[in-house]
Structures are given as structure tokens and as C-alpha cells.
Design a binder for this molecule. Sequence first.
Ligand code: GDP
Length: 304
Amino acid sequence: MFESLSDRLGGVFDRLRGRGALTEADVRQAMREVRIALLEADVALPVARQFVDKATEAAIGQNVLRSVTPGQQVVKIVNDALVEMLGGDDAEAAELKLDVAPPAVVMMVGLQGSGKTTTTAKIARRLSKGSITGRATKKVLMASLDVNRPNAQEQLATLGTQVEVATLPIVAGQQPVDIARRAMQAAKLQGFDVLMLDTAGRLHVDQALMDEMKAVAEVATPNEILLVVDSLTGQDAVNVAQNFSEQVPLTGVVLTRMDGDARGGAALSMRAVTGKPIKFAGVGEKMDALEAFQPSRVAGRILG
Ligand code: GDP
């Protein structure tokens, strides 16, 4: 993944590494190329600009020009700036906050086709197996509030059977807010630790969708609201994140299809645009294809 960004930066850095002394103009030239590489990888323009300004300042401020290995130092500065941009190595920020009086509620939001239902089941599976940051196993209930897409509720039930996680029985014709209420009640009465709500998507962000999200959030008072975005959609993913984060109090982001050849821009912009950590990366269609998001690893892959 991230091929074009990685190749492009690789070229810049190879030239820098091969050089002895660097001038300030060399550093600025390299950073201009970094900026172009970021834009080509679909990083949002203000984010790319901010990144390059910060990295340039760090490079010039840290006396790389007088160093014996200036090229390597610039590479390290860019690496550090990438890690920071991807959320830093604050492992705690990436954890789900579920240590509340049960049931903890995790609400999944996002556009149709982003991988929301799949990710709901993947996270539920990990929680029920205790494999999210080595925590104790959780008793998880999943409920689909997606009454728009035909068979969405059945799809979640099927995945539930597959990952051995309970799903709320389907009541035909019931509306999202009422399903959320019923799910809360069931989770409380039946002693579930975590309730995962898979909300309805839309093809595009629209006000009806946002109003529905807000109404559900009011009823379910979620501890986590995770936005699921498809990393392959580049700049579009960034716009979606911007829209959702302005209207719904997100606590984190999940990037799906990181197994595809995403150019990495979506990942890079996500934190800057939402101000929220990327918590997980989807890396395939299978139920175990979900990873905790690790900024330093992704930065390493970007730099090649
Ligand atoms: P929803 O409409 O947002 O609920 O999307 P779905 O969960 O139904 O996912 C749409 C398609 O994307 C399905 O075929 C999933 O198997 C696939 N998918 C979801 N996440 C990933 C991922 O991380 N990698 C890959 N390769 N496919 C994924």
C-alpha cells in the first residue's frame, strides 16, 4: 500500500541521503517534493501544507545543515512528523473506552459500503475473544439499525452467527431509534457488557442521515462513536470524515480496505480533519482482518 507516496518520497530521500552537506535551499526543495507527494496521495491540501511547514521548521531548526548525515536527519524528521500526523504513539488514545457501568455502547457510523457492518462484527469478535489490548472477554450484543438497505439486519445476524456474537432479534418495520431503545433494554436485562450499534449508511452524506445519527446517539448515549471510512476513496474519505465530525461527536475512526492499494492520503488526513484517533484498520474481508492502528508502522510503510 501507499506505493506512490512511498516511491515518491523514496526518490527525494535517496537524493538527500547521497549528499554531504545540505543548504537550507536543499531542505526547502526536498520539502516541496514531499508536499507534492502528499497531495498526489490525496492528503488534504491544508493538512499537507501544515505538515510541510512543521517538518521544514523542524529540519532547519534542528541544525541538520551542520550535521554529517543531513539526509538521514531530514528523513527522520519527516518520519516523526508522519507518526505525529497519524496520531502519535499514544496507545491509550487508540483503545476503546469501555470501562463503564455495563452496557458500554459502541455506535458505528459511516456511508453505505464503507465496511461498517463487517467492521462491527470484527470488533465484536475481538471484544468477545478478549483480544482488544489483552482485555478480559466481553459479552457482546450487536444490533443493526439499518432499515434502509435491504437485508442489512440479516447480514449482521449472519456475521453474528459466524463470529459467535449475539444479535438483537429482528422486528420487522421497527425504526432505528426504537431499535436502539430495544437494544439498550435487552443489553441491560440480559447482562451484556458491550452493545454495538450498526447504524444505517447512505450513499452520500445527507441531513436525514445526520439527524438519524443524532437521534440514535441521544437514546443510546454511546461511549464510543466510531466513523468507518473506506481508505480507498481518498479525498472523498476526507470530506466524509469532515462532514460527520462536524455533526456527530465522534470518538475515533476505523479505516477499512487498508489491504488495498490506498495511496495513504486518507489515513494521513484523518486525524487532522477529525481531531480523533484512528483506532483500527480493516485489512481484508475475513472476520479476523482487523488490526489496531499503529502510526509508527504505517509511517514506516509510507517511507518504505
Ligand atoms: P456497509 O454498507 O458499510 O455496512 O459495508 P459492508 O460491511 O457490507 O462492507 C462492504 C464490502 O466491503 C463487503 O464485501 C466487505 O467484505 C468489504 N470490506 C469491509 N472491510 C474491508 C476491508 O478492510 N478490506 C477489504 N478488502 N474488504 C472489506
